[in-house]
Design a protein around this ligand. Structure first.
Ligand code: HH2
Length: 261
C-alpha cells in the first residue's frame, strides 16, 4: 500500500503553499482536510527549504509549528514534523507527532537520539549543501550512487543510535537539476538495496515545471502526478504531496493496473 504524507507548510515563504496556512486555525483545518482526502499523515513544516530561503530561529519555528501539531494530534490526525532542528523535533514529538522528516539527514547531531528516545519514525533525505547554497553546484559523477552512499551512511548512524523506523529520500530538487532528478527517478530501484522504504517528494517542484513547460507552481498538478507515478513504479512507499485527493485517484488506478494479475 502506497502511503501519502500531505504537505502543510506553516510558513510565509514556501514555494507553493507559503502564506496559505499561517494562522493556527486555518492550518489545522487545512491539515484535517488533507487527512480527510486520504493522507496517511500530515507533514507540518515551519521553515521553507526552497533554494535561497532564509533560515528561521528555533523560537520562530516552534511558534509556527507547535500549535498546529497540537491541534492536529488532538483531532486524531497522525503528524510528522518537517524540521532539521532536534529541539523542534523533540517538542513536536512531545506534542504527539510520530515521525520526524529531516531534510538534512542528521545534520543536527542530536536528531537520531531524539528520534530513538521517542520511538519516532525518521525520514532521512539527501541534500548536498544547504538550501542557501545547494543549487550552486548540481554536478555529480554519478548522482544515484552518491545519493545512495550518503543515505547508507546516515541510515547506519540512525540505526546505531537506536532508530528502528527509517525512510530514505533521494531529495529531488535539493542540490539537483532536472537531469539529476530524472536519473534518481529512473534509477530509484537502485536505492531499494538500502533496505529501508523509500520516500519521495516531487510535488510541484521546479523540474516538474521545466519538463512540462509550467513556470508557475500552481499549474504543475498534472506533471506532479506523472512524477508520482514514476516514483511508485520505481518502488517508492511514501509520496510527499500537496494534492492528496488527486494523488489518491492516480494511485487507485495506477496500482490496480500495475499490480499482480
Ligand atoms: N521537499 C520539500 C520540503 N521537505 N522533505 C522530504 N523528505 N522530501 C522532500 O522532497 C521535501 C521535503 C520542499 O517542498 P515544500 O515543503 O513544498 O516547500 P518549501 O520547502 O518551500 O516549504
Amino acid at each position: 500500500m502506497i502511503r501519502i504524507a500531505a504537505i502543510l507548510n506553516v510558513t510565509p515563504d514556501s514555494f507553493f503553499d507559503g502564506g496559505r496556512s499561517l494562522a493556527r486555525d486555518a492550518a489545522i483545518q487545512r491539515g484535517l482536510a488533507l487527512r480527510a482526502e486520504g493522507a496517511d499523515w500530515v507533514d507540518v513544516g515551519g521553515e521553507s527549504t526552497r533554494p535561497g530561503a532564509a533560515p528561521v530561529s528555533v523560537e520562530e519555528e516552534l511558534q509556527r509549528v507547535l500549535p498546529v501539531v497540537r491541534g492536529l494530534v488532538a483531532a486524531g490526525c497522525p503528524v510528522s514534523v518537517d524540521t532539521s532542528k532536534a529541539s523542534v523535533a523533540e517538542a513536536a514529538l512531545e506534542a504527539g507527532a510520530e515521525v520526524i522528516n529531516d531534510v538534512t539527514a542528521l545534520g543536527d547531531p542530536r536528531m537520531a537520539t531524539v528520534a530513538a528516545r521517542y520511538g519516532a519514525g525518521l525520514v532521512l533525505m539527501h541534500m548536498r549543501g544547504t538550501p542557501a547554497t545547494m543549487q550552486q553546484n548540481t554536478r555529480y559523477s554519478d548522482v544515484v550512487s552518491e545519493v545512495r552512499q550518503h543515505l547508507a551512511e546516515r541510515i547506519d548512524r540512525a540505526r546505531g543510535a537506536g532508530v528502528s523506523r527509517i525512510w530514505a529520500d533521494p531529495g529531488l530538487g535539493f542540490g539537483k537539476g532536472t537531469p539529476e532528478n530524472l536519473a534518481l527517478l529512473r534509477r530509484l530501484g537502485e536505492l531499494r538495496s538500502l533496505g529501508v522504504p523509500l520516500y519521495v517528494g516531487a510535488s510541484r517542484k521546479r523540474f516538474v515545471g521545466e519538463l512540462s513547460g509550467c513556470p508557475d507552481p500552481a499549474d504543475r498538478l498534472l506533471g506532479s502526478l506523472g512524477a508520482a507515478a514514476a516514483a511508485v513504479a520505481g518502488g517508492a512507499e511514501v509520496l510527499r504531496v500537496h494534492d492528496v485527493a488527486a494523488t489518491r485517484q492516480l494511485l487507485a488506478v495506477f496500482t490496480a493496473a500495475m499490480g499482480p494479475s
